[in-house]
Design a protein around this ligand. Sequence first.
Ligand SMILES: O=C(O)CCC(=O)C(=O)O
Ligand SMILES: [Fe+2]
Length: 290
Amino acid sequence: MASDNSDSASTNPAVVAAQNNDSDDEYEYKPLDLKPAIDALGCKYTMPVENKDVYIVHGFAERFGIDAREAQKRLQDEYPHRREGDKIAWAEPQWIHGDHRSLRYRGNVLTRDKMWFQNGEPAEHGFRKYLYTGWQWRVLPATSAVERVPWLAKFVGDVNDWLWKHCFVTTNHYIVTAYDKEDCGIGMHSDKAKSISELAPIVVVKTGECGRPFRITDSVTGEELFNKVVEPGDAVIMTMQANLATKHGVPILNEPTDTSGSIVMRKIIEEVPWGKLEAMLRKRDREEEE
Ligand SMILES: O=C(O)CCC(=O)C(=O)O
Ligand SMILES: [Fe+2]
């Protein structure tokens, strides 16, 4: 598996350009060209948004050897589910439900459940921290080494090998989301750029029993650019630029629908040592007691 190989001495041009910039000039960021890599997959795909690097790749999960329905079911059946006041087991694979206190956003219950994974054990490498709106320190201990779920590690490793072969930085952080039924979803947003490397694409692999509409709008004008069902096993792949130029979301539906979800792969550049996280959370608990 291409573990975090972007951190070591590299022959990958994207990495060399970013790391070995020995000229006095600022490293000039060139937008990623995803097309050759996506063509090489041999999967059918569409680029539904004019002039934006957003790809919908059909049969992506299967191309990398997993069944997207089975994947979500296995995760849901085989790992513990933490709700409301349940304790998080540090660095173990587990579901955090939308009603858990670490996920509530301004007191509101989130309408989805999540698991967090990263390359390597947090005890060794620290916890990779992907900051999003409403993020709380309290949820960070729920991040597990992806290696604890070997079939998932194999899948993300194979996707990373493909990225690497096509000169991209590999991803190291994986958020699994479950939308249990029609009243679950995620509001329109751009993924927050602060903790994500723009040298890797954002890869959203859809999972679960059924597809859900995936909506994309223009970040500036709000114009709707795409709103169609994306099937389990298909992937939405975008560059950081496309992510920032647009917003995306999974709208809540009125009609009953089966469970759906996603595995989102990103390269996260912030990490928090285990001991620092313990100290942060102790401080927070003390402040709450006062
Ligand atoms: O589940 C999806 O399709 C999208 C998830 C997403 O946008 C996110 O977690 O940032
Ligand atoms: Fe997102």
